[in-house]
Ligand binder design. Structure first.
Ligand SMILES: NC(=O)c1ccc[n+]([C@@H]2O[C@H](COP(=O)([O-])OP(=O)(O)OC[C@H]3O[C@@H](n4cnc5c(N)ncnc54)[C@H](O)[C@@H]3O)[C@@H](O)[C@H]2O)c1
Length: 438
């Protein structure tokens, strides 16, 4: 088949692949997107954004000319591409990374591999996967040699969905190739596409490690914040004041602080630590420190539910008789993504132990997407509730959950799982309040 110049193939058009495809099209590349989800392809072909609350991306996809970005389920279309980027999911199942989709995508790409093509894995993986899992599939199926006939690199994505400042087009990246020629090719590709620093590393493993480690650091920092909050609760200090004190050091020394809460969620922070743990354990390295951090964060939804239960008890009531409104289901503020959300974990526990449970999330209106009864508005959610459990720091909650609003709905208990409400004002209104560490 005749190859065109500057044609990019993107495999997997999710949170990572779709913004990349749209950005490349805007920069003049011809883009071929491959995905197995035909409903998603229809949405993309109609130039509708699948993401709520991301106006920048909605405008970008709308402005993408039809012939500049086409979609298909057929991997054969990738024969036209100069570069193919793989962005399929890499979930963990019971804390074990599942590479099935990466291997499947690699096998399909391998069947249509062309001489001179650059293949990049962008999915987050444990160190070693590009070389030990993807490379053998590509070489065996094609009979080509890496670094000579084709090029293979890892360039992990750092996209932060909903972030108004950083998006795929301006995020610093790291790249590592299987051979120096692979690194060079990948560096040239990303330097042309992205307006930010592209840092070449010594190997695919180093690039894989950087991505998993930055999210591991975040996980550990959140665990430290949660640990401090638990100590504050136990000895009667207020984490908000403690954090204010800690911040004064951070301001001068440039370190950073995480916030305590019911735990991290999403596709990255709770999962990537397990990529590092897996690889370290394979080499006989002690991972107890990381295991403990991850476990502490995983326990936070239960910790928060127990705090609500104790609060009710202090007022002579039992959680089993309390009607709870769970506010927020997404894993972070002002987006609709519920993957690995600590809010969902808390919801399961509340459904089991509370008198009744109704959930509300301003970004989620499809009841089939979540395992709880969903309310259509904040007012409706509070109408029949005795307690609110703030599970996601959506900005409208801090704005709307005023003491007067809570009083109007007869709320007696507040469990602020993200420490976003005004504790003293709520208590002054006669409503019992607990945060995480305050
Ligand atoms: N979501 C994030 O914020 C984020 C940030 C950085 C890195 N990552 C990493 O990027 C990778 C992709 O994550 P995502 O959030 O974009 O996932 P996603 O679930 O949003 O999208 C993945 C897409 O791949 C498609 N797909 C699955 N198997 C396929 C196959 N065999 N062939 C073609 N398409 C296939 C799915 O239909 C889906 O549309 C993961 O490794 C993730 O850890 C995600």
């Amino acid at each position: 088949m005749k190859k065109q110049k500057n044609t990019l193939g993107v495999v997997g058009l999710g949170y990572v692949g779709l913004p990349l495809a749209v950005e490349a099209a805007a920069k003049g590349y011809t883009v071929i997107g491959v995905d197995i989800n035909t409903e998603l392809l229809k949405t993309i072909d109609a130039r509708r954004s699948p993401y709520a609350n991301d106006a920048r991306f909605a405008a970008a996809i709308k402005a993408t000319p039809k012939d500049q970005f086409t979609t298909t389920t057929d991997y054969a279309a990738l024969e036209e591409a100069d570069t193919v980027v793989i962005c399929v999911p890499t979930p963990t199942e019971h804390n074990v990374p599942d590479l099935g989709l990466v291997e499947l995508a690699a096998a399909n790409v391998a069947q249509h591999l062309q001489k001179g093509q650059l293949i990049v894995l962008e999915s987050t993986v444990n160190p070693g996967v590009t070389r030990d899992a993807v490379l053998p599939i590509l070489e065996r199926t094609s009979g080509f040699a890496v670094g000579k006939d084709f090029f293979l690199a890892h360039c992990p994505e750092r996209i932060d969905p909903g972030n108004p400042k950083y998006y795929v087009g301006n995020l610093n990246r790291v790249v590592g190739g299987i051979t120096p020629a692979c690194t060079k090719k990948a560096l040239a590709f990303y330097t042309a596409l992205i307006d930010a620093q592209i840092i070449p590393l010594g190997s695919t493993e180093e690039a894989e490690f950087v991505k998993s480690w930055e999210n591991t650091q975040r996980n550990v920092m959140i665990a430290m914040a949660n640990s401090a909050a638990i100590i504050c609760d136990g000895v009667g200090m207020d984490i908000e004041r403690v954090q204010k004190g800690l911040q004064s050091k951070v301001d001068q020394f440039g370190l950073s602080l995480a916030q305590p809460g019911i735990g991290p969620g999403g596709h990255c922070i709770p999962e990537d630590i397990h990529y590092i743990i897996k690889r370290a354990r394979e080499s006989g390295i002690d991972t107890r420190f990381l295991d403990d951090a991850s476990e502490l964060n995983d326990r936070m939804p239960k910790y928060a539910v127990l705090r609500l239960s104790r609060l009710a008890k202090e007022h002579g009531e039992e959680l089993r008789n309390i009607r709870v409104a769970l506010l927020g289901l997404a894993y972070k503020p002002d987006i609709s993504d519920t993957r690995k959300s600590a809010a969902i974990e808390a919801g399961y526990m509340l459904r089991r132990y509370a008198g009744s449970l109704v959930a509300y999330d301003p970004y989620i209106d499809d009841p089939t997407l979540v395992p709880f009864t969903i309310s259509s508005s904040l007012d409706k959610a509070l109408e029949t509730a005795d307690a609110v459990f703030v599970a996601t720091a959506h900005s409208q909650f801090a704005r709307r959950l005023t003491p007067a609003f809570l009083k109007k709905h007869g709320i007696r208990y507040v469990l602020d799982g993200r420490n976003v409400l005004n504790k003293s004002a709520i208590e002054r209104a006669g409503i019992a309040y607990r945060g995480i560490g305050r």
